[in-house]
Ligand binder design. Structure first.
Ligand code: FES
Length: 106
């Protein structure tokens, strides 16, 4: 199990326990974290699970796929260097404590 910390634009922190190998998107939805929509259910076609990976965690995640990279061009809030799609972040033990900033809009 991994803990995932979502930080809302107003600074509110939502610390949730993710089911082993679930996505960060599912962890947010399962715990009613506002600001993650996940409209496509993790099928990599909606970009409504956009997050900004905080601190050193960006270097721990697997390299971004070409499909994820392309979809990040369609986010409601402009992407940044540390943008990822939460449905592509697998909650393994090595990301326990990861901090994901939520964008203003999805
Ligand atoms: S939930 Fe649709 S791209 Fe992530």
């Amino acid at each position: 199990m991994a803990q995932v910390v979502f930080v809302a634009p107003d600074g509110t922190r939502h610390e949730v326990d993710a089911t082993k190998d679930s996505s960060a998107m599912n962890a947010a939805l399962d715990n009613l974290v506002p600001g993650i929509l996940g409209e496509c259910g993790g099928e990599l076609s909606c970009a409504t699970c956009h997050v900004f990976v905080q601190g050193e965690w960006d270097s721990v995640l697997p390299v971004i796929s070409p499909e994820e990279d392309a979809l990040l061009e369609a986010t409601a809030t402009e992407r940044a260097k540390n943008s990822r799609l939460a449905c592509q972040i697998v909650c393994r033990a090595d990301i326990d404590g990861i901090v994901l900033q939520l964008p203003a809009d999805q």
